[in-house]
Design a protein around this ligand. Sequence first.
Ligand code: ADP
Length: 469
Amino acid sequence: MWREQPGWTAAAILLPWLAASIFIALLFENGELGAVAALGASAASLAVSALVTVISQRFLLSAARQATSGLGPGAAVAGQASRLNPTARALRSAVLRLDRTWQEHAAQAEARLAAAEAVIAAVPDPLILIDRQRRIVRSNSAAAEFIGPGAEPRDLAAALRNPVLLAAADAVLRGERVGSVEFTLSVPVERVLRAHLARIAGGPDDRPALDGAAAILTLHDVTALKRSEQMRADFIANAGHELKTPLATLIGFIETLLGPAREDAAARTRFLGIMREQAARMARLVDDLLSLSRIELNEHVAPTGRVALAPLVDEVARGLELRAAERGIRIARTLPDDLPEVQGDRDELAQIFQNLIDNAVKYARPHSEVTVTGGLGSGAAATLVRVAVADQGDGIPGEHLPRLTERFYRVDTARSRELGGTGLGLAIVKHILNRHRGRLDIASEMGQGSTFTVWLRAAADGKPAVIKR
Ligand code: ADP
């Protein structure tokens, strides 16, 4: 070290020695010390001063080196540093390295904070951070829909007033494990939400995270999921109920025929007729259920075939003429000759017209007319082909119209059953139209009748269909 900076080290050794030597010289002058003793004392003070200086500088230097050994390469010691004594130079270098390392850490922390904020903002689900006092300290834009506007921090209860959620938040803040809870929000529309809660402050010192956040709350809107779960459960219950009724009738008649009516030929004939009717009803229901599930399975794949509607409607109507004639009803078809072909699956489109014309015949007044008309849409709907089935029935009250295509939904259940309906006809129509990317419009006037209009996409080049009559 003294080889690096001989001037500084020499000064540190010689200055105390000089002071000691002056003191010794004074003692020698006053005759209190002899010449040999004075020379010896001076040499001894030089040795002590050199030893103390060298040892203390070595200690300081090694302490500075030890303190900064983990901080990376040494800082460039600029300017005046070369004039410093080696210990001060080592200390200066250590301070510079500490400063640079601290700045690097601060920059890293800022980058992490920015990344955490970007992640919170980018999460598509509502995300809310709450502090130890259960106050919202940060939330992303998706959460705004649920917690509304308001300055943060504010109590979670002011934004989401639900006892289940608040109790769960309190439990998480107390350090309990909660996982997820479900709750219902009724304003502005009823929604079922699933909230996941987790504590984010933790570790040995339980330090809070971003903005003093102690827990994270994420919300998931599960309304659609709940609704479809409910619909599935309702559907199974309805289907079971629809099958149970004719089955119970069949079992009842079988037991009667095996017991009290065993020898009664007239009753047997009558009962067998009813049994055939009930069995046919069950068969129709099973057919409709199978159709529905088959159509639903393919609903996402649009059909690619081309179908001429006029001959198809003709074929379906002819098949229903006998049934219509039983009620004195005439089915009139006036589809234009130049109606373009549509993109679709022939069998599925036949099922649409079968269900609609069959309903029109079922629900129309006896001795009336069912009309099937068609044409091209206009304006934005110019590429759509329209086929309307109109009857002269009693009409359907307006409040039922939006629900008619739900499975098993009927305006008059007893009448539908009496006429052999399964309650699935219009649901099948709706699903086939979904697959065809088409649409069903229903209009009805009480006492006048109902019109069911099907809209389908014209095939790509819109070639007119050739109508065979
Ligand atoms: P259903 O097998 O009962 O006819 P649908 O799904 O075909 O089932 O129709 C559902 C309900 O819509 C029917 O029960 C009936 O109440 C009503 N409906 C359908 N078509 C007509 C119509 N043309 N006139 C009056 N009501 C109709």
